[in-house]
Design a protein around this ligand. Structure first.
Ligand code: ADP
Length: 427
């Protein structure tokens, strides 16, 4: 099957076509047919595309909206120029898998898109006003381009974390705020945490029941997840992706009283303070230089800069603190799994995070850690009792697999699609 995976943003559209089916997924024989992204939708857009391992090509075109962008992509895929022999027309795409940021408490698993599901995604707009409307537009654009008969699946960033128990997802604020406004921890990056936990399970030949890991997704956005018996039981991001670890430009945890204090001292509105916490904080805020970890590490190599050093120290300290907290919540874990741009590519940051976790039985293998750059590898010593692994994330592949699974399940047991039940999330 050729699955078109879509990640629709406010002014961008990322896509991949993945050739897969249940057998190929089980045997790790999926095929990345093509991938690309369109940025600056709404004006003169920049389009980047790549077929298989071929060269990356860049074009520009005037693309007013998501629909025009999707039509452009589909035309390119089916054109001779793309050199993709298996997709020559619309009918060669078997299904569309869509990333959807927020599924609230409605969606604990990926689901076939129906009108009822579209309504559910719409109901979650309050929880993710910047993301869900664009995710919806992407689904509707695909419906328009491929017609309503082509199966579409929605895969939610939040659904993996729907297994988090009440005592971990409730904030200690008046309970009616949860009842009235759904104020609670949802967690994000669920597709990434689920993917790497799944890969870890496959690498170690474990059952879901035996999979007890702490996953650290460290990219521009960063989050940790405590995965017990294959299910997420806690995570660092909260009601929004602002809570938890230090990120590129996001503060992560702060005392909530700071918001009012900064607003009054700096003459800002609460909205402006929230924007400051989202876009001017984290690595950028402390270093005063950049949100880019690679640049910060290069800076430190060439000269001492106290704030750059501090930014990295605060980043690693916070990550280690969460690992310690989650070890306590889980009663110990078998491994820590690093993923995301920083987690996959930076031995120095991994080493700093793991420093001081020897008490928990973690012994990093220096050479393995140094060699593991963008590779799936164990980086702990063999006699370590708490292991560490690097597993590059692949959210698109998981979306493609979920899409195939939802379609296959429906074919095997035809029944009217309805909203899936909560508390089924797991790997
Ligand atoms: P996003 O969350 O936007 O998907 P990524 O997962 O691509 O982001 O992560 C981006 C981060 O990864 C940036 O801070 C970048 O500097 C960092 N990064 C990428 N390669 C390296 C590297 N070799 N060493 C350190 N950091 C790196």
């Amino acid at each position: 099957m050729n699955i078109l995976v879509l990640n629709s943003g406010s002014s961008s559209l990322k896509f991949q076509v993945i050739g897969t089916d249940p057998d190929r997924a089980a045997e790790n024989r999926d095929e990345r047919v093509c991938r690309g992204q369109i940025e600056r939708i709404g004006g003169e857009a920049i389009i980047e595309v790549q077929s298989r391992e071929g060269p990356r090509k860049t074009f520009t075109a005037t693309l007013p909206d998501l629909l025009a962008s999707l039509e452009y992509i589909v035309r390119w895929i089916a054109s001779d120029e793309s050199e993709i022999s298996e997709v020559r027309s619309l009918s060669d795409i078997d299904a569309v898998g869509n990333r959807v940021v927020h599924g609230g408490e409605l969606f604990a698993e990926s689901t076939l898109v129906t009108d009822e599901v579209l309504k559910g995604i719409e109901q979650c707009i309050d929880l993710a006003p910047l993301h869900n409307p664009n995710n919806l537009k992407g689904i509707l654009a695909a419906r328009h381009v491929f017609g309503p008969k082509l199966p579409q699946v929605a895969v939610f960033d939040t659904s993996f974390h729907q297994s988090i128990p009440e005592h971990a997802f409730l904030y200690a604020v008046p309970y009616h705020l949860y009842r009235r406004h759904h104020i609670r921890r949802y967690g994000f990056h669920g597709t990434s945490h689920r993917y790497v936990a799944n890969r870890y399970r496959a690498l170690r030949s474990l059952s879901a029941e035996q999979t007890n890991v702490i996953t650290l997704h460290l990219g521009n956005g960063c989050s940790a997840a405590a995965i017990q018996k294959g299910k997420s039981i806690d995570t660092s991001m909260g009601m929004t992706p602002l809570e938890g670890l230090v990120m590129g430009t996001r503060s992560g945890d702060i005392d909530p009283a700071i918001v009012n204090l900064v607003a009054s001292k700096e003459g800002l509105s609460p909205n402006q303070v929230e924007a400051l916490l989202n876009t001017q904080s984290g690595l950028l805020g402390i270093s005063g230089l950049t949100n880019d970890m690679r640049v910060l590490l290069q800076e430190l190599e060439t000269h001492e800069d106290r704030r750059v050093r501090l930014a990295i120290e605060v980043f690693c300290y916070r990550a280690r603190k969460y690992v310690g907290a989650f070890l306590a919540c889980m009663g110990g874990a078998e491994a820590i799994v690093f993923t995301g741009g920083i987690g996959e590519n930076s031995p120095a940051i991994r080493q700093k995070i793991c420093q001081g976790l020897e008490w928990a039985g973690l012994r990093l293998h220096e050479d393995r850690n140094k060699a593991a750059v963008a590779l799936e590898r164990q980086i702990s010593a063999d006699d370590s009792t708490l292991h560490a692994f690097v597993i590059p994330t692949d959210e698109e592949l998981l979306i493609a697999h979920d899409t195939v699974r939802c379609i296959t399940e429906q074919q095997q047991a035809p029944r009217p699609a309805r909203l899936p039940k909560v508390k089924e999330a797991g790997i």
